[in-house]
Structures are given as structure tokens and as C-alpha cells.
Design a protein around this ligand. Structure first.
Ligand code: GDP
Length: 359
């Protein structure tokens, strides 16, 4: 499954956040067979639609979709030079599908900032620089080969020009993700570059920032179009110790939040990875299934079971909103709101689906 790699400078709160991510017992109960590796944290994607479905279908339980985060060993300046930790860091990032950078904006005289002061932009640039340098090395190796190929094969010229453009972007100190509008990103994929990956930013903040809308907007603007999540990693860890809703609400209110930051993080992670969900419901469970945006009905069926993709015949599809408006599957069918879709159908987020297939 797709993962986000958590990176950040030392002492920004990565471990604190990651510990909160790995302590999700509710989730472990739903995924008993998922072998969770020590450096992987899985967060459920909050989805109130599942509770509604569970009511409509008298489902015994709800199973949300989940997002996986991988803890990537600390970046150090000079990682791109490939010394020691640097090599492992880059290899781990290469495996992740998106990059989640934790940035410290909390103020605490007891916690030393590696570069001396709180400066979100400088933190972002430090990480970007290492990744950009690593990508430049990759391109410097690939370009001579691509040039040679383009000399004999005319059809290879666009790929070469695109790679040269990518190099120019990196030379300017920009990431390929930030410059995606100027590039053919898909054509660059085979080069396995790092800064092509989507970025997500987590601002590890204290109450002062969390309650300051202007400050939050300013930080969000700094990283746009990437998603920004604001949370207090220490509070997230404390929230998991609480077992009654009232205490959870009180603690959140005390830092000006109306939901746990992990919820916002799960949504942003899901969005950054380009994923969406479709829903199934019955007496056993109401469940969200993860598919990439643009997945067709057979591909969606394949997420439940590979046999379902192979034997796919058709899907009965109804949007969640229509289903709720009609009140039941039977009423929705009677109102003509349930559609029969074939192999070409592209799934929409929140489709409630029943697949028909040959086994
Ligand atoms: P890492 O090096 O990025 O993994 O950072 P850690 O998670 O180990 O955190 C470094 C220190 O900062 C620890 O002493 C944490 O308790 C503290 N810390 C982490 N998050 C917060 C936060 O949101 N607020 C405050 N005040 N301290 C934090």
C-alpha cells in the first residue's frame, strides 16, 4: 500500500508524533492480519459516512480506510553526499510515495533547535536542499545516457528535453513537485527522483499558533499548494491516553482544536497520496475501501479480492448522498438512483457499491 515518509530536522517532534501514530489500538483490532512493522504507523481515515451506513444496514461494525506513515531515520545536513545515515535516509525516502515533513513551530526553551531558532522556511529549505542535491546527482548520471539515446532516436527527444528542464528547475533550488505545472511529471517517473513526490507539511505547534488563524494562514501559504496540518504532537500523544470523550474534548478545546490533529493528518495524507474511498455496507460491516483517484470499477473490486477484478461483471452504484436521501437501498432502487455500471466506470469518492462477479 502507499505510504508517506515522515522527515524533519532533529528535535521537531517526529518521534513524539510517530509514537502517537503507532498507538492506534482501535485500528489494530480491525486489521488483525496486518503485520505492522516497527517503523510504520497506520492511522484510520475518519469517515462519519460509515456510521450512517452502519445504521442504515444494521452493520455489526465499521471498518475505516487507513493511511500509512513510515518513520524515516533523521535527515542530517549533507545527507545527499551519501555518508552513513544519509544513504539510508535517501533509500527510505525513495520507497515512500509522498513526503511528510514535520516542522517545529512550538516554542520551548528546554528543547534545543538544531539551527538555533524557529524558522519554518529555513527548515523546509534544509530538507529541500538535500533532496534537490540527490536529484541533481541522479539526473547528472541519467542525462548523458539520455542524450546519447536522443541522438539516434528522435522519439526520445521530448524525454531528454523534459529531463533537462527538470535539471534547470533543480538548479534554481526548486523541487520538481513545486514545478509540476512546467514539467511532464509522468515522463520523469522512471528516473525515481525524490522531489517529484507530493509533499505534505505538519506544523508541530503550540496553543499560541493553533489558536492564531492569521499565523496558520501565513504558514499554510508558505507551503501551498501542498497540504498543511497543524497539531501539537505532545497533545496528540496525551489524547491517546484518555479514554472518555469528555476529557478528549476538553483537552482539544484547551489548545483551540475541535478534532484530534491525527484526523486532519489522515485526511491530508490520503489527499496527498491521491487516494479516495468507496463504500460497502451489509450486516457484517460498513467499510471504506481505498482506491487511487481515477480507478475503474474492476480495479476497485480488485481491492476487495483479486478474483473480483478478474471475474468482474458489473457494479451497482449509488452515491452516498442519494442513498441517505432515499433512506434505503430498496427506496433508492425504486427512485432510479441506483445505477448499473460496467468495466469502464470510473469510481467517484463516496460511491456505495455492490459488485457482481463470476468466481
Ligand atoms: P524528533 O527529534 O524530531 O524525533 O523530536 P522528538 O519527538 O524527540 O521531540 C524532541 C523534544 O521536543 C522532546 O523533548 C519532545 O517532548 C518535545 N516536543 C515534541 N513535540 C512537542 C510539542 O508539540 N511541544 C513541546 N513543547 N515540546 C514538544
Amino acid at each position: 500500500s502507499l505510504t508517506l515518509g515522515i522527515v524533519g530536522l532533529p528535535n521537531v517532534g517526529k518521534s513524539t508524533l510517530f509514537n502517537a501514530l503507532t498507538r492506534n489500538e482501535a485500528l489494530a483490532a480491525n486489521y488483525p492480519f496486518a503485520t505492522i512493522e516497527p517503523n510504520v504507523g497506520v492511522v484510520p481515515l475518519p469517515d462519519p459516512r460509515l456510521d450512517t451506513l452502519a445504521e442504515l444496514f444494521s452493520s455489526a461494525k465499521v471498518v475505516p480506510a487507513a493511511v500509512s506513515f513510515v518513520d524515516i531515520a533523521g535527515i542530517v545536513k549533507g545527507a545527499s553526499e551519501g555518508a552513513g545515515l544519509g544513504n539510508k535516509f535517501l533509500a527510505n525516502i525513495r520507497e515512500a510515495n509522498a513526503i511528510c515533513q514535520v516542522i517545529r513551530v512550538f516554542d520551548d526553551p528546554d528543547v534545543v533547535h538544531v539551527d538555533g531558532e524557529i524558522d519554518p522556511l529555513a527548515d523546509i529549505e534544509t530538507i529541500n536542499t538535500e533532496l534537490i542535491l540527490a536529484d541533481l546527482q541522479t539526473l547528472d548520471k541519467a542525462l548523458p545516457r539520455m542524450e546519447k539515446e536522443a541522438r539516434t532516436k528522435k522519439e526520445n527527444r521530448p524525454a531528454l528535453e523534459n529531463a533537462q528542464l527538470a535539471k534547470a528547475v533543480l538548479d534554481e533550488g526548486r523541487t520538481l513537485f513545486a514545478a509540476q505545472a512546467e514539467l511532464d511529471i509522468d515522463a520523469l517517473r522512471e528516473l525515481n527522483l525524490l522531489t517529484i513526490k507530493p509533499f505534505l507539511y505538519v506544523f508541530n505547534a503550540d496553543e499560541g499558533v493553533l489558536t492564531d488563524e492569521g499565523k496558520r494562514a501565513e504558514l499554510a501559504k508558505l507551503v501551498a499548494p501542498a497540504d498543511a496540518v497543524f497539531l501539537d504532537a505532545k497533545v496528540e500523544a496525551e489524547l491517546l491516553e484518555l479514554d472518555d470523550e469528555e476529557s478528549v474534548r476538553e483537552l482539544l478545546e484547551s489548545v483551540g482544536q475541535h478534532e484530534p490533529g491525527l484526523h486532519a493528518l489522515a485526511r491530508a495524507g490520503f489527499h496527498t497520496l491521491g487516494l479516495q474511498t468507496y463504500l460497502t455496507a451489509g450486516p457484517k460491516e460498513a467499510r471504506a475501501w481505498t482506491v487511487p483517484k481515477g480507478a475503474t470499477a474492476p480495479q476497485a473490486a480488485g481491492v476487495i479480492h483479486t478474483d473480483f477484478e478478474r471475474g468482474f461483471i458489473k457494479a451497482e452504484v449509488i452515491s452516498f448522498d442519494d442513498l441517505v436521501a432515499e433512506g434505503s437501498m430498496a427506496a433508492a432502487r425504486a427512485a432510479g438512483k441506483a445505477r448499473i455500471e460496467g468495466k469502464e466506470y470510473v469510481m467517484a469518492d463516496g460511491d456505495v457499491v455492490e459488485f457482481r462477479f463470476n468466481v
